[in-house]
Design a protein around this ligand. Structure first.
Ligand SMILES: [Zn+2]
Length: 353
């Protein structure tokens, strides 16, 4: 999320909280449930980090534990995606929440799993299958590392010519990160990765090693998947934005990841998450492809609650991100009302276009 958007969302949340409007809107906006998106779970070291563009992807174990308790206290059932799909399909009563973690970070095992085990609650991990093999590219972290290490400016290849951006202060670094990040997100996927690979070479970043350091191995995934609380879902092979790929490549990314998970874990995943998951990364074509590929549910990162009408759109489900910049229980209390997302979506319940 760009900085301006973070500020806007925060202002909206504070307004809804102070006025009590969130609670008033809840009967109309809370829907039947929600699916939380998480990435990393890392203990807060207490060291302030001036340049930390990926902090949005990290929440602390303390915060996550408090959210689990808050959700239970609010009367929601924490259930698996299969149960969620059942409830939507059959119109069963009872509000619910699902917890999902993208990308297979090892800290999910170290810091999230114990919280769910202690409360006997289920959750889902979405794995991009090249990553546990050590062949994934955590390019958003590589870019952060390159900029963090550059004392004066960072240089990246733009259409065959060098592009230099300032990195003197933390503010420079943050601006430079945002500029390059969003420029990269617009490029065709293969060209984008080639650009990142040459950046990694220039700044001596070992993409494979970074992946092995942060992402669970297949043995570790097999271990965690043996816990009946854990569901493993697919997240493509290479973590490409599907909407930017030709149809055959998009289908191959889905099927290859399901095949690989089945080969490694012994059962075929029924659930899928679109990489990035925003409207530019997954659209109506991809929702149909996921259904065709045999997934029972597929999740985006479009913001929203689940409503009965979602039973017709099980491969275009919205989620609610537990964002590292918003680790505050009064915000998550508002999320449960659905009001911020209803406002964000202009009170439209289903967005599957
Ligand atoms: Zn992802």
């Amino acid at each position: 999320m760009a900085k301006g958007k973070v500020a806007m969302m925060r202002a909206a949340l504070v307004g809804l909280h102070r006025t009590g409007a969130g609670r008033l809107l809840a009967p109309f906006t809370q829907g039947q449930g929600l699916i939380f998106t998480l990435h990393r779970v890392t203990p807060d070291t207490g060291v302030p980090r001036g340049f930390a563009p990926n902090r949005i992807l990290e929440v602390s174990p303390d915060f996550l534990g408090a959210v689990l308790d808050q959700v239970i206290e609010a009367g929601l059932d924490v259930i698996t995606l299969d149960e969620a799909a059942d409830r939507l399909t059959h119109g069963e009563a009872g509000r619910f929440a699902c917890f999902t973690f993208d990308d297979g970070y090892r800290d999910n095992r170290d810091h999230a799993l114990p919280l769910f085990q202690a409360r006997q609650l289920p959750f889902t991990l979405y794995i991009p299958t090249a990553y546990p093999s050590g062949q994934g590219e955590l390019w958003w972290l590589a870019l952060e590392q390159a900029i963090a290490a550059a004392a004066r400016e960072v240089e990246i290849d733009r259409d065959g010519s060098p592009w230099q951006l300032p990195t003197v202060t933390d503010a420079d670094k943050t601006r430079t990160y945002e500029t390059i990040y969003w420029w990269l997100r617009e490029l065709p996927e293969h060209r984008m990765r080639a650009t990142v690979r040459s950046l990694a070479v220039r700044y001596d970043i070992d993409l494979g090693q970074q992946c092995r350091n942060l992402i669970m191995t297949w043995d570790e995934i097999r271990d965690i998947a043996a816990d009946p609380l854990v569901t493993i879902g697919a997240h493509t092979k290479d973590h490409f934005a599907l909407a930017k790929l030709p149809v055959d490549e998009a289908v191959a990314q889905m099927l290859d990841s399901a095949d690989m998970l089945e080969a490694e874990l012994g059962s075929r995943p029924a659930h899928f998450a679109y990489p990035y998951g925003d409207a530019g990364s997954a659209g109506a074509r991809d929702f149909a492809l996921a259904e065709g590929a045999g997934f029972r549910t597929a999740v985006t990162t479009r913001k929203g609650m689940l409503f009965p009408a979602h039973k017709e759109h099980l491969t275009a489900l919205p989620r609610v991100s537990l964002n590292g910049e918003f680790q505050n229980l009064s915000y998550t209390a508002l999320y449960l009302t659905g009001a911020p997302f209803a406002i964000w979506n202009g009170f439209q319940q289903v967005d599957a276009g």
